[in-house]
Design a protein around this ligand. Structure first.
Ligand SMILES: Nc1ncnc2c1ncn2[C@@H]1O[C@H](COP(=O)(O)OP(=O)(O)OP(=O)(O)O)[C@@H](O)[C@H]1O
Length: 264
């Protein structure tokens, strides 16, 4: 409950903990984030980034509260939750030889689409926009099982964009992409955020995170180690303490450049 006159944050996590295999892997994380933000979630291997995203997506049991626009996600009916939260899992496995267009159209299932080959006008427009954003229109008729890893990654993201959810979760969305598509994809995530969504993207690429994200969340051993703009959350002190590295820090086009350089 929010007291009268006090506006709830767009997205709020309070005391979120996740236990897996008898170990606490996300430990009492609390965050309040606004809409219209691309938030990079970074941290060493095993820090709990994927577990945090999976808890928000409702895929692992958790303790604590996760609320979007004041409504606890766990209390939403599954169909509504699927329209409110779109999730790109790590590795985005695809086992069926569906054409890329139909995979992107799967993002419209939460909106009532049952046959991805027959879309209503709103769904047609959403899928077209999502495929344009991910540069996948030229792949539309190709079976996804025959695409390269990076092409498949872009189609998987098109499915996520097609949901038009206010909360977008993306786990390592640029991992398999070439430099041009990494930049285009981060720009697409940022544009999606600026059009109104909150986008949480897990990444190991500190340079892309510093360049594109409005806000960075740093996890370390399940705990929140830093949260703020790149200049604070990816400072030399944080990079040393959390990653044990020293980075080249500079500016290009008025934006921060962070390139991990040496192990301390
Ligand atoms: N199903 C599971 N059972 C037990 N432990 C798990 C399970 N899944 C993950 N873990 C452990 O939880 C911890 C956090 O894992 P998680 O995948 O969330 O980390 P991450 O920050 O996303 O790591 P990476 O950068 O390597 O992808 C790790 O120590 C991992 O070994």
């Amino acid at each position: 409950m929010t007291a009268p006159g006090v506006t709830a944050p767009f997205f709020e996590i309070a005391g979120l903990s996740v236990a897996l295999g008898g170990r606490t892997v996300v430990d009492a994380v609390s965050l309040a984030l606004p809409r219209q933000a691309l938030v990079g979630i970074v941290g060493p291997n095993g820090a709990g980034k994927t577990s945090l995203l999976r808890a928000i997506a409702g895929l692992v049991p958790h303790a604590g509260r996760i609320a979007l626009e004041g409504a606890e996600l766990a209390a939403l009916a599954p169909g509504l939750r699927a329209r409110r939260v779109a999730y790109l899992p790590q590795g985005h496995p695809m086992h069926w030889p569906l054409p890329a267009r139909e995979v992107a159209a799967l993002g419209r299932y939460p909106h009532g689409v049952r046959d991805p080959a027959r879309l209503d006008a709103a769904s047609e427009a959403a899928v077209l926009k999502a495929m344009r954003l991910t540069d996948t229109l030229s792949l539309a008729d190709r079976p996804v099982t025959e695409l390269s890893g990076g092409e498949r990654a872009r189609v998987a993201l098109a499915r996520v964009f097609a949901v038009e959810a206010p909360l977008v979760l993306a786990d390592e969305p640029t991992a398999a992409l070439d430099p041009r598509h990494q930049i285009e994809l981060m720009a697409a995530l940022r544009r999606t955020a600026e059009e109104g969504a909150l986008v949480l993207a897990v990444t190991h690429d500190l340079a892309l995170a510093a360049r594109f994200c409005h806000h960075i969340v740093v996890l370390d051993q399940g705990r929140l180690a830093a949260s703020g703009p790149a200049s604070e959350a990816l400072s030399g002190a944080v990079l040393a303490a959390v990653f044990g590295v020293r980075a080249f820090e500079g500016r290009q086009d008025g934006l921060p450049v962070v390139v991990p350089w040496a192990v301390l």
